[in-house]
Design a protein around this ligand. Structure first.
Ligand code: NAP
Length: 284
């Protein structure tokens, strides 16, 4: 099976490696030049148009606007190979996922929303969790491909918005967990308790689990290399807020973490890991 791949950023470049390893023929495009030596086995393309001649094409671009520009505005759907299935692994809005599904159906192209849980190091080790939603026949075709990238594929039904809503909710909850850890550190450091000692207590008693383990380590060492860029996390909090408005639910804690991320991005730290909210704008 030939696979097109559009977007070789932190996540995309890690994912293509596992597709090659699984034996797929991978033909990929990125807006900025990418060194061929960094991606052995991948054929680098001169345009995204070439990528949609494959059996399956993935897009791992930043956001709704990038996909709109590269795929819709450039007319890729009109030029795509008949029978193509487009898998969008980016974190995008639920509303845009539904729009994409409609436009793909009109163009006779399969569409699956497949946002992922896991940072670039997890993608590189082929251990992502993939949240897949779309027409059952399209999901069935791409499932073995998704298996090459993931620990598990979670099938969430035919409405693609379900996968995107679940992904946005997951990121919202991670941001809230980071904020909770930071506020716990603030209270305890105020009376002289070292943050490493505080986290040893918390992880050993009340809060076990991956999010607490990995982000407490970053907060302790004050190391904020991405990871997941704060500017992309802010995008996700904005999309989660929009989804809340569309569905008529109130999410007050989301407003707090969105504001935190907005401050760090305004302070020029958008390229740092989103856990940088631990160290910025905290003085009373
Ligand atoms: P990234 O490193 O910033 O890469 C973004 C990619 O999008 C790059 O290939 C970039 O091309 C491309 N791009 C952006 N705007 C474009 C445009 N207008 N036209 C063409 N290409 C454009 O981001 P990432 O961390 O890989 O994240 C990608 C997606 O995965 C995002 O939706 C993010 O929310 C989601 N995600 C990220 C993580 C994570 O931990 N990093 C985890 C799960 C999901 P250039 O190289 O030319 O800039």
């Amino acid at each position: 099976m030939q696979i097109g791949f559009i977007g070789l950023g932190s996540m995309g470049s890690a994912m293509v490696h596992n597709l090659v390893k699984a034996g797929y023929e991978v033909r990929a495009w990125n807006r900025s030049p990418v060194a061929a030596e960094a991606l052995p086995g991948v054929t680098l393309l001169g345009s995204p148009r070439e990528a949609v001649q494959a059996d399956v094409v993935f897009t791992m671009l930043s956001d709704d606007a990038a996909i709109r520009e590269v795929v819709l505005d450039a007319g890729l759907l009109e030029d795509a190979r008949h029978g193509l299935i487009h898998v969008v692994t980016s974190t995008i809005s639920a509303a845009f996922a539904r729009e994409l599904a409609r436009l793909h159906e009109d163009a006779g192209i399969g569409y699956v929303s497949a946002p992922v849980l896991g940072r670039p190091n997890v993608a590189a080790s082929g251990q992502l969790n993939i949240l897949a939603a779309g027409k059952a026949d399209a999901v069935a075709v791409i499932e073995p491909v998704l298996a090459a990238l993931s620990k598990k594929v979670w099938k969430l039904g035919e409405d693609p918005a379900r996968a995107n809503a679940a992904k946005l909710a997951a990121n919202m909850m991670i941001a809230m967990a980071i904020e909770a850890m930071v506020e716990g550190v603030a209270l305890t450091e105020g009376v002289g308790l070292d943050r490493a000692d505080f986290f040893e207590l918390i992880l050993g008693t009340l809060f076990t689990g991956r999010v607490y383990e990995s982000y407490s380590a970053q907060i302790t060492s004050r190391s904020f290399e991405p990871g997941f860029k704060a500017k992309l996390a802010l995008k996700d909090m904005r999309l989660a807020s929009e989804l809340g408005k569309e569905t008529g639910c109130t999410v007050p804690m989301l407003d707090v973490v969105r504001e935190r991320l907005s401050s760090v991005v305004s302070a020029g730290l958008g390229e740092m890991d989103w856990s940088v909210i631990a160290d910025t704008g905290r003085s009373a």
